[in-house]
Design a binder for this molecule. Structure first.
Ligand SMILES: Nc1ncnc2c1ncn2[C@@H]1O[C@H](COP(=O)(O)OP(=O)(O)OP(=O)(O)O)[C@@H](O)[C@H]1O
Ligand SMILES: [Mg+2]
Length: 233
């Protein structure tokens, strides 16, 4: 008999494999971290002065361990995204709640964040996933913005479809970056994992919607998400 497969089965399998890999990577990482702390403690009793280059080496190792641990967390976040649980939700509170959460980080960087609600009052979405997608876009916008920059989350659309766009007046993307932006693990940022836009794409796809990027180097970027109402809703 031929084995049958479906997107739901595939994503369960990916999530299970990812959890297994994460487990196998995380345990040794934890142990490395603990042993490194012990080593640091013992060396600090033996070697006078924190300026000894040995401590710089230890700090570098600790930094790499953290980078790997963060990578595993990001990977899990991507692999675990379940199929959306779509329901009719009020859009305004979802987005203002999200803005409240991210505003301190924007203010710290001197970037102004605004939410303009010109779209339908309610829409058929998975609230958690909508917030996750918009959060990824706002973080990208923030990372691309200089101090004094301006990020706008705007809704439009009608009863049949919610449109959410996130615009910034930051560095923009080259055509090459634009072409690869949705590819998992593609990043131009030193600290980036390259899974943010891949996750956004996946969330929108699973809602039966679409995502589009308009960007010009030095002029800024607008990413637009469309969430259609399900048939018969
Ligand atoms: N608003 C933006 N302005 C300029 N470039 C952007 C913007 N959003 C995304 N990019 C480019 O697209 C790349 C991929 O973005 P993505 O969100 O997938 O990954 P990342 O931000 O690098 O890492 P992660 O989101 O996993 O922390 C970024 O590295 C950056 O080059
Ligand atoms: Mg990102």
């Amino acid at each position: 008999m031929k084995a049958s497969t479906s997107p739901a089965n595939d994503s369960n399998l990916i999530a299970t494999l990812a959890a297994g890999v994460a487990h196998e990577v995380r345990n040794p990482l934890n142990s490395l971290q603990i042993n490194l702390s012990i080593l640091e403690q013992e060396l600090s009793e033996l070697l006078p002065g924190r300026e000894n280059h040995v401590f710089a080496v230890l700090a570098k190792i600790a930094g790499e361990i953290k980078r790997l641990d963060d990578f595993v967390s990001e990977f899990l976040r991507f692999a675990r995204a379940p199929r959306p649980n779509v329901e009719r939700l009020a859009v305004g509170p979802l987005l203002t709640d999200l803005a409240g959460f991210i505003t301190p980080e924007c203010s710290q960087k001197g970037v102004r964040l605004e939410v303009e609600l010109d779209g339908p009052e309610s829409a058929w979405v998975d609230g958690f996933q909508l917030k996750q997608a918009v959060l990824n876009l706002v973080l990208n916008a923030l990372q691309a913005s200089p101090a004094g920059g301006h990020v706008v989350v705007r809704t439009s659309g009608d009863k049949r479809r919610l449109v959410v766009s996130v615009s910034d007046d930051g560095e923009g993307m080259s055509p090459e970056t634009r072409a690869k932006a949705f590819t998992p693990f593609f990043t131009t940022r030193e600290e980036g994992t390259g899974l943010g836009l891949a996750l956004v794409h996946r969330i929108v796809d699973q809602h039966g919607g679409s995502v589009d990027i308009l960007s010009a180097p030095g002029r800024g970027t607008t990413v637009t998400l469309v969430f259609p109402a399900p048939r018969g809703a």
